[in-house]
Design a protein around this ligand. Sequence first.
Ligand code: ATP
Ligand code: MG
Ligand code: MG
Length: 677
Amino acid sequence: EEHKPSNFLRGIIERDLAEGRYDGRRYAGTPGDSTHQASGPLDPARVRLRFPPEPNGYLHVGHAKSIWVNFGLAQDYGGVCHMRFDDTNPEKEEQEYVDSILDAVQWLGYSWDAYGSSHLYYASNYFDFMYRAAEYLIENGHAYVDEQTPDEMRARRGDFGTPGTDSPFRNRPPAESLARLREMRDGRHPDGAMVVRAKIDMASPNINMRDPAIYRIKHATHHNTGDTWCIYPMYSFAHPIEDALENITHSVCTLEFEDQRPFYDWTLERIVPILRAPEFEAARQLVAQIRQQGGDTARQFALHCSGFAHKLYSSDAETQLCALFQRWEQTPDAVADELGPFFDLLERETRHFTPLLAHALQAHKIEPFNLPHQYEFARLNLTYVITSKRKLKQLVDEGIVDGWDDPRMPTIVGLRRRGYTPEAIRLFCERTGVSKAGGWIDYANLDGALREDLEGKAPRAMAVLDPLKLRLTNWAELFGSDAHLEPCGAPAHPARPELGKREFALGRELWIEREDFMEAPPKGYHRLYPGNMVRLKYGYVIKCTGCEKDDQGRVTAVQAEVVPDTKSGTPGADSVKVKGVITWIGAADAVPAEVRLYDRLFTEAQPDAGGKDFKQALNPDSMKVVTAYLEPSLAQAGAEARFQFERHGYFVTDRKAHAPGQLVFNKITGLKDSWGK
Ligand code: ATP
Ligand code: MG
Ligand code: MG
């Protein structure tokens, strides 16, 4: 296992684990539904994270970072990461996106089926609970239905530095708000007629705390719940509930949600009693047990509870309970008789005794009592790339690229098709780290990680991408016939002899790169020009004697003579010193292939920064298709096979277009050191 440098999220988790703050147990059943039970087998997972994309598009490199963070942390600390679809918005979501997201997570090397459960989580499965939470907040004076128009609401919201003003509906009786909410739910009002708002503080310096909307009307069909609902929760209200129902310990998101954290906490603190309904159920069972057994169990329970009761409660009912506890403590044997009234009280007042019960339950090892915490890190911004789903969709819809998986797209399907490996992407994520400080990461980091991953893995091969014919004019003279083929070879990988050798033939005619010949070379050019000698890599030294041209004066072939006894790997190989070595493909066994040469999609490092029109920055030369000649060893290349083409860089067989007998390669990236410098 490679060394994992620390980052602030790892620091937080390590601290929490050291302090024993998180020690999760598994809930049986699906969170949020009635089968959900607090009791269940011990869950070995101690930290629980989630990756919660909205299934409204294909994931991009920024999401890859988030996947790496969440699934990676779970993996590092023996926890689990929930794969959750944040599908609270009815209009934009599609199964195609769900499938592609699952595929991307798996391809990146992660799975959500730790501990034998391959359960997928859907936020929309919690709509019943979310609605109940809205009613609960209203009943308890923490929310109200606002019938102002959107404009009126905006006008009263205030601004940075200017406090807002209260809505005229803010102090309406809870019963009235509740009645409106039910009408909203029953479809009695059109979209936008009213919203449910949390009742917090219209003067808060944090605008997100100025009575944010939590439910809105939207007459729209949802991909999962169909037409069951015509009201939907706002994201900022739904998200903490999703996390809490799933017992998430660390809810990691990007910095733009930092200002939402106070509302995240506000929501959870207020709905604890209904969130913990399964725990209260367990408490009732505990009391029933005490009723049956009396004596010691009751005494233990009372002892655990009494200390907390003093501190936490003061209302009449609570005082009564405190007194009861104290008496239990003093005369435990009399407890059994008093359990009846206590039980009734508990039934009636349950929701006021949350912290008390939580402690009692914890003491009885029934259920831990943790609420999730939100932590934010800086999102990944990668140069020469845009990572807004909306803008990426625009590139696809306007035909600027060839679909979501175009190899120039920063989508995970695009990166995959381009040839990036999951290992390289994970290495890139690790290298670029996790921090609170935003900034731009240079795209070169991704290519660096790719090279580092493939350097030791990718078999080598020669390829001629811009072919020019070379004729060896003294071939028959040296080898007895123009048809003679001289066998040549090279290791599949220079540092890995176990990968074997590749074989290819040198004959009278071969292909070289057009740029490797110049009739009138500039100073310092060491490749082919009349009179100069170079080595054909893995072959002979040759001496250029001239060239052939067409009517337009364009060079159509180069002529050269083989220098005898200079074949690589033979004793005479070094007898003639040359300054240039060129790659080549023998015409006799050359394998033709379509090679797609990709460059960055944008010419500017921050194509959409500051609201710029990113389409102005499109690179007109981001793709060039050439017919290349490859070594015969590549004729059988399989799907998603990656190679280093000597001197050119890393290439992969195209996932879609490549097939036996129809070779199609994509250029992933060049070599670090460019050729011929
Ligand atoms: P977009 O704004 O492009 O629509 P999004 O952030 O709305 O993307 P979600 O589906 O909500 O997309 O994202 C799922 C998770 O991925 C979220 O937790 C989000 O914070 C995270 N994420 C999205 N973009 C990045 C990024 N560039 N860097 C790190 N994490 C990201
Ligand atoms: Mg989002
Ligand atoms: Mg977004």
